[in-house]
Design a protein. Structure first.
Length: 278
């Protein structure tokens, strides 16, 4: 039994493995959420609302996405067997879990988390789109460098640090896109759509390398024990398609929702024909 998923040199087996560090991490996040609910205010601000079942559902789904990406079997496959598993893990860590968790935190709880001077200034700083875009893209590049994957990411502590870096970049990336608190002066819906659109293009660079390269990029996955006879090149091409199509589909899906919400808001603000005539 090991504390966190790390690279393995033994043949792949569907035998269950225990990773108590991952369970503890998820339990701590869930416990902090439950504890915060018990300390909820008796009165709420005008744009606040009590925690609803939707908040609980979204937060729980976000935790489940983190758990699924980190724990056995996907965490083990990603750590030392298949590059496609690592890309699927990256999508869960960066594009799925963080927005669900952020949307599952009610405004009153976010305000309580940011009531300190430093926390509020940091949140305001991260609301500016250029900073999160830079963080997101730098982490994406660093997390997929052969120097990292074939080096520190092979160890349990290195894999843990890389996972935390990816998860953290996901929260930084989605913070300005969701615009949860009006006092932080979030972007308008067109601004958020443009922000997410800019984030679609850079991942196509590593995705293209994965898809069209004729040779394995990472020694870890080239020399790894095979999983159901999937060779390294096929695995690498599947990883490229996952990064390009899977990640892009999530971002375009969110942009579509934002567009329709923006349209509905503008329709609600537009005066009726009778009002124009008057």
């Amino acid at each position: 039994m090991t504390w966190w998923c790390a690279a393995l040199d033994e043949p792949w087996s569907w035998t269950w493995r225990a990773y108590p560090g991952i369970w503890l991490f998820v339990l701590l996040l869930g416990g902090a959420y439950v504890r915060a609910q018990r300390r909820r205010p008796m009165r709420f601000a005008e744009d606040d609302e009590p925690t609803t079942g939707k908040h609980w559902a979204l937060f729980t789904l976000g935790l489940l996405a983190l758990w699924a990406g980190a724990d056995w079997p996907l965490g083990t496959i990603a750590a030392g067997y298949l590059l496609s598993g690592r890309i699927l893990q990256y999508i869960l860590f960066v594009l799925v879990a963080p927005p669900l968790i952020l949307l599952g935190i009610p405004r009153w709880m976010l305000r309580r988390m940011l009531r300190g001077w430093f926390a509020f200034r940091a949140a305001r700083f991260l609301t500016r789109p250029l900073v999160p875009l830079l963080v997101y893209n730098v982490v994406m590049v660093v997390a997929h460098l052969p120097l990292i994957i074939d080096g520190p990411a092979r160890t349990a502590w290195g894999a843990f640090a890389l996972d935390m870096l990816m998860i953290g970049s996901g929260f930084v990336f989605w913070w300005p896109a969701l615009g949860r608190l009006p006092e932080l002066r979030p972007m308008t819906y067109p601004g958020r759509i443009g922000y997410l659109l800019l984030s679609v293009f850079l991942p196509t660079v590593p995705a293209s390398f994965f898809t069209f390269s004729r040779f394995p990029i990472y020694g870890l996955y080239e020399l790894a024990p095979r999983v159901h006879e999937i060779d390294a090149i096929t695995d690498q091409r599947v990883a490229g398609l996952l990064m390009k199509i899977g990640g892009g589909s999530i971002l375009f899906g969110v942009m579509s929702v934002m567009f329709f919400r923006w349209h509905a808001r503008e329709e609600g603000r537009a005066p009726s024909t009778h009002e124009v005539g008057a």
